[in-house]
Design a protein around this ligand. Structure first.
Ligand SMILES: [Zn+2]
Length: 175
């Protein structure tokens, strides 16, 4: 954890930005500390940029996050759900929804890990593969999430052909 010349950590200041009432001692220190003031100004500018981009381009449908998380926490694909079918090498291949989801999950986690993102959950919902990810501040979280979406869509297409679902990546947490 990186420290300022005054001894306070950058993590302290991030916490202060999130909740200024949390630590009155820190508030009093920050009010009179040029080191903290400079760092805070920079953090605020970067946060503002991240937040603004994060809320504008792809609105996450209401309820989607909780539905995906519910699916992750034990709700299995419907028992009678029809298998996904696609053509491969001249034959018709049938793959269960569960098998498709297993491939999607493994790929999502592999690719996300390489990009430095953490996968919070994956589910097939609202007509596509929904991937919830968390990023560590101050990485360019929005750009990296889009990179994950592009790579995942490409890989799924390569592995599943026409059975590849549309991929949506939702940045649900920047910590
Ligand atoms: Zn300070």
């Amino acid at each position: 954890m990186s420290r300022l010349p005054c001894g306070r950590s950058v993590d302290d200041l991030v916490a202060y930005l999130v909740d200024r009432e949390e630590d009155p001692d820190l508030g009093a220190h920050v009010a009179g500390c040029p080191d903290c003031a400079a760092e805070l100004a920079e953090l605020e500018a970067r946060w503002a940029a991240v937040r603004q981009v994060a809320v504008t381009p792809v609105p996450t449908p209401p309820g989607l996050v909780s539905r995906v998380l519910a699916a992750v926490h034990g709700v299995r694909p419907r028992p009678g759900s029809p298998p996904v079918e696609f053509d491969q090498d001249g034959g018709r291949v049938s793959v269960s929804e569960r098998a498709v989801l297993a491939v999607c999950r493994r790929l999502a986690v592999d690719l996300a890990t390489r990009l430095g993102l953490h996968v919070r959950g994956t589910a097939v919902a609202d007509g596509g593969l929904q991937v919830l990810v968390a990023a560590r501040y101050p990485m360019p979280a929005v750009a990296v999430s889009e990179e994950l979406r592009a790579q995942l869509a490409h890989e799924l297409r390569a592995q599943l052909g026409d059975a590849a679902p549309v991929v949506h990546v939702h940045l649900i947490d920047i910590g």
